[in-house]
Design a protein around this ligand. Sequence first.
Ligand SMILES: *[C@@H]1O[C@H](CO)[C@@H](O)[C@H](O)[C@H]1NC(C)=O
Ligand SMILES: *[C@@H]1O[C@H](CO)[C@@H](O)[C@H](O)[C@H]1NC(C)=O
Ligand SMILES: *[C@@H]1O[C@H](CO)[C@@H](O)[C@H](O)[C@H]1NC(C)=O
Ligand SMILES: *[C@@H]1O[C@H](CO)[C@@H](O)[C@H](O)[C@H]1NC(C)=O
Ligand SMILES: *[C@@H]1O[C@H](CO)[C@@H](O)[C@H](O)[C@H]1NC(C)=O
Length: 389
Amino acid sequence: MFFGLLYPLLFELSVLIPDPAFSQESNPVYREGNRASSTRTFLTRTFIKHEFHHLNVPLVGTVAVSDVFDCTLECLSNPLCYSVNLAAFKGTHGKLWCELLSSDKFRNSTEYKGNKSSHHFAIESPCSSSPCQHEATCVTNYRDGSFGCRCAKGFKGEYCEKVTGSCKEAYNLFKSNASQMVTLYLDSKPITVLCQMGDFGCGDGGWTPVMKINGHQETFHYDSLYWSDKNEYNTPGGRTGFDSQETKLPTYWNTPLSKICLGMKISGQLRFIVINMQANSLHSLIADGIWRASSLGRNEWKKLIGAQGSLQLNCSKEGFNAVCSLSRHSKARIGYVANENNHCDSCDSRIGFGTGGSPGNSTTCGNVAAYSPDNGDRYIKAMGYILVQ
Ligand SMILES: *[C@@H]1O[C@H](CO)[C@@H](O)[C@H](O)[C@H]1NC(C)=O
Ligand SMILES: *[C@@H]1O[C@H](CO)[C@@H](O)[C@H](O)[C@H]1NC(C)=O
Ligand SMILES: *[C@@H]1O[C@H](CO)[C@@H](O)[C@H](O)[C@H]1NC(C)=O
Ligand SMILES: *[C@@H]1O[C@H](CO)[C@@H](O)[C@H](O)[C@H]1NC(C)=O
Ligand SMILES: *[C@@H]1O[C@H](CO)[C@@H](O)[C@H](O)[C@H]1NC(C)=O
């Protein structure tokens, strides 16, 4: 074809092919130029030349051609062809090899490379403008010119522009009950946590880890500033599941919640209970020190401890910042406190997380009970887990 001689090295080639939905024309029409020349009755396919490039994906055919027009026409007449590689130099018989490709460089970007002996021709598509963000894969639907973004893990939205902020979102995104590492974007910075997916004891869905408290340590004692500040503690502990590493993650002040999963591990035995509560974050329920009541009842709280669970019979205050009026007595950032007298002055028993006060001030998570509790005196230190959904 004579066109080949007229084209400079860099060009756009428009091939107008009849759209069967609109036109009965049997002969394809080829025209140089821009898309302004297209009419409604034709689908426009503009091939964009990428000099000295090659896309290494499975072929749907190879043909020997005289020029780029023959090559692109072969591609357009094959419904499985989405782009072509064309020899940069003619072979012995004056022909060029033309590879018809089963994919495009947007979908298989890692297979697209510079190459001294090949030019690559890609059909212009919405993906040409790189609409998908965060290393997403752009997939063109060549039939109607639409496109879709296949997001990398942790991203969502039409253009993968949205980032995942909680394990609940990750669960809705991945639709899987397999617990997995997920990079959450909080305070606009990434943090990788182990998202607990599915029902491990707190019900279905994705559970975001928030804190892990060792009842033997004073890190998260009731009096610790960690309950009111926005400082993290040992974030790698957010990736290791129900073990004995303590942690406080940025999810404490960032992750909105409607359920709080509370777990205690005592002598290797894990037990869980759930509080239903709407809040902007766990921090918003605790940091100001104001008591916010829950209504699980003592038997539910005792489930965290098992058969050993013990509490006094009166006062019976539960929830967040559960304290009696004498602050040197039993208190809990999350938990249940009780007294033997019919008032809330001097509680001597508790089950909870972030605990402290008399008796057993050194127990920061677990069950402490003295002065006529309902199931004997207790000094049980637990490993505590707090997750939200
Ligand atoms: C091309 O990408 C698709 C998915 O986008 C993938 O399944 C396929 O393995 C890739 N092919 C090559 C040759 O890389
Ligand atoms: C360049 O393309 C040719 C033709 O398909 C291929 O055989 C060769 O391996 C490619 N070279 C590189 C460096 O990718
Ligand atoms: C996860 O498991 C629950 C049953 O515990 C099931 O109802 C749900 O459909 C599962 N979800 C997924 C995404 O597989
Ligand atoms: C404590 O509560 C129990 C059970 O509700 C009740 O029987 C008892 O009288 C109360 N004790 C005091 C000192 O008020
Ligand atoms: C209880 O323990 C905390 C943390 O170790 C400490 O700061 C506080 O002074 C103790 N309180 C009493 C009354 O011993």
